[in-house]
Structure formats: C-alpha cells, structure tokens
Ligand binder design. Structure first.
Ligand SMILES: [Zn+2]
Length: 55
C-alpha cells in the first residue's frame, strides 16, 4: 500500500507490517512521518522529538 507525504507529496510505499502510530521516513524529503490511519493509509508529520523507542 502507499501513502502520500504531506510535506512533499511524494508517494511512499509502505511495506511489511505497518501500524498506526508507526514512524516512517519519507525517502524524498527525509521527513519523519507518523502513520495516522491505515484505511486508507495516511501520514502526518511526526512530533519533533528525540528518538526514544522505550524498549
Ligand atoms: Zn516527503
């Protein structure tokens, strides 16, 4: 499935298991994007925070 980068309108291919809340990086502009919906796939800008995956 694919989603569109809200920053640069690039089409981003989502592969493997993608979950809501997952962070993906746009291959075109490098922006970190959060998956906010899966049906249809939608991306939004990820919060600008330090990477901290917890575990
Ligand atoms: Zn982009």
């Amino acid at each position: 499935m694919t989603a569109t980068c809200p920053e640069c309108d690039a089409e981003i291919i989502l592969t493997g298991k993608v979950l809501v809340g997952e962070i993906v990086t746009c291959p075109e502009c490098g922006t970190e994007l959060e998956v906010i919906d899966l049906n249809p796939p939608q991306l939004d800008l990820a919060p600008q925070e330090e990477e901290d995956w917890g575990e």
